[in-house]
Design a protein around this ligand. Sequence first.
Ligand SMILES: NC(=O)C1=CN([C@@H]2O[C@H](COP(=O)(O)OP(=O)(O)OC[C@H]3O[C@@H](n4cnc5c(N)ncnc54)[C@H](OP(=O)(O)O)[C@@H]3O)[C@@H](O)[C@H]2O)C=CC1
Ligand SMILES: O=C1O[C@H](COP(=O)(O)O)[C@@H](O)[C@H](O)[C@H]1O
Length: 601
Amino acid sequence: MPPRARFASLNFHPRRRFARVCLSASVSRHGVRQQPASPAALCVSHRAEPPRFNANTSPRCARRACAAYGCRPANKNAANGPAEAPQPAHPFHTLTIDPPDHGLALMDSVHLRNAKVRGEPVAIIVLGASGDLAKKKTFPAIFSLFYHGLLPTHFVLYGFARSPMSDDQFRELILDTLSCRVIDGERCQEKMNHFLPQCFYHQGDYYDATSFGNLNDVLTHGFEMEHPKTNRLFYLAIPPKVFEASCSNISINGRAHNGWTRVVVEKPFGHDLPSYRDLRSSLASVLTEEETFRIDHFLAKELVQNLMTLRFANVIFEPLWNRHHIKSVQITFKEHFGVEGRAGYFDHVGIIRDIMQNHLLQILSLLAMEPPVTLCAEDIRDEKVKVLRAIQPLKASDFATAQYAAKDSRSKGYLEDDGVPQDSRTPTFASCVLHINNARWDGVPFLMRAGKALDERKTEIRIQFKHVPGALFPVTNGAEHNELVIRVQPDEAIYMKIVSKVPGLTSRMEEARLNLFYRHAWEESKDIPDAYERLILDVIQGEKSLFIRDDELEAAWTIFTPALEELEDRSAPMPEVYHYGTTGPTGSDVLAEKYDVHWSN
Ligand SMILES: NC(=O)C1=CN([C@@H]2O[C@H](COP(=O)(O)OP(=O)(O)OC[C@H]3O[C@@H](n4cnc5c(N)ncnc54)[C@H](OP(=O)(O)O)[C@@H]3O)[C@@H](O)[C@H]2O)C=CC1
Ligand SMILES: O=C1O[C@H](COP(=O)(O)O)[C@@H](O)[C@H](O)[C@H]1O
């Protein structure tokens, strides 16, 4: 008998304002579960679609996906395989959902997924509320979620830092950071007027348990009197040296009394492998893995999120995605400004730890990993760890490093920035080559480069394919390789370079492009949420696929630590000098040429 409903479905019914969620994996006409025909496992706990389960979906994945949608699996062993008890013919659950109250749906399915959590009050506490990240990213992201109706209906935002500030001053500070990202800023002012009264400031010291105890009292006797089941989200927008003390104090005096406690930890997680391990064990002694959300905001950039879709939802890429067809991969991060006031942080860290060991390596892992069994966070992260563990640890000779100097009287060199020691050897630019020792990638060089104070702001991935075998066509000038370019920012785009005949009475061939410019292709691209919006929403929803698991970090530090030790040895050569606003040092070109790669500028 052909199955009647092969996968679960979720139908949004605008008129009746409810969603019907069919949670049966495969229901025959007699209402008996059968083994799903498709072997492909799907558990979409994430964005685009409602949950779909089949025999490969783990019960944990099914439960989590369902929880995110505010429903529950029809059977707690929902995905355990073929031998299942008969199910009723109409295993529907109903769930009331507020339809979007504005025309700007950030993500429809997020809205649906959000329906449950919107009913759960939350206190968001931003540590380091006076700092750069909080002002630049955290507050605007929280406001944007509020603007789009994605924050829980009952929420409160507390800024926590050592600087003295009144609630009103804190609101002023927030107000200065807020912008209406949305094109016409529809009702933006009105929304700000509703948002600001929910914001409060608590002065405290990260090392002082009493400061956290006082904050706890304020919450318990204030917001939580009315909302006793309040969850608490702590966002650590503070320098790494106060991570441990803050987490310990949160654990002792900050935990929610009647809800979840989640702590967002910013990078860098450690300085090298040994310090990472120390940090991991001290955080693990006070917070559970479930409570810990290690952020890497590049994972939430729109094009980075699209990498898995591009690779695994299209038939044309995956067969070519290996050593037989790919010649090299380039991952570039460029910024057109220097450290500008962040030297206190940056000089201890350098560009390798600031950008490569985390953001670019995360991109690489999504590009190079095997397909995950399901789209559940754990399955994705399992694959990322596997590919990271196959990467050969780096040596200093795999790198070119450099530091920027002033180009003219209008630009400041790195050593002239406030707080940079005159003898600093910290690289502000680095490029390196990585090798993945597995069957898919053996012999394919993966090149990364990251730099500050360069000619432009750009993050992009270039996958260069091998030349066409045989000699049917003469080699065209520089156009003999196909290249897939994924421009992460700015001006998001995916395009494929192909060789094409020039139209007309000619047999001349030239490079042409198959373009997917987001700006032209998607109306939605006018309103791409900032990465931090996605991530804060995911924390509230308990969705972890865009957060870093501890074994990913262990693998990442294992790759970079040997090279960092060599490069930071006093006997190592000084970084090369490049000038502010240029394309970078020549050493980087020399390194790439060794692998027959030319950086695209
Ligand atoms: N800024 C950015 O663009 C990004 C930052 N990050 C990460 O976010 C975190 C915060 O970065 P950022 O906001 O730039 O940092 P800041 O230097 O701005 O510090 C944040 C706040 O922490 C407090 N603080 C600063 N130095 C110390 C110290 N030595 N001891 C105790 N408290 C201190 C200050 O608040 P007060 O004195 O009032 O307590 C300060 O306002 C870091 O982990 C960073 O790596 C990640 C991505 C991007
Ligand atoms: O993590 C960091 O990222 C920013 C760049 O992020 P973007 O989203 O603005 O591209 C970088 O400037 C900073 O040095 C680094 O810490």
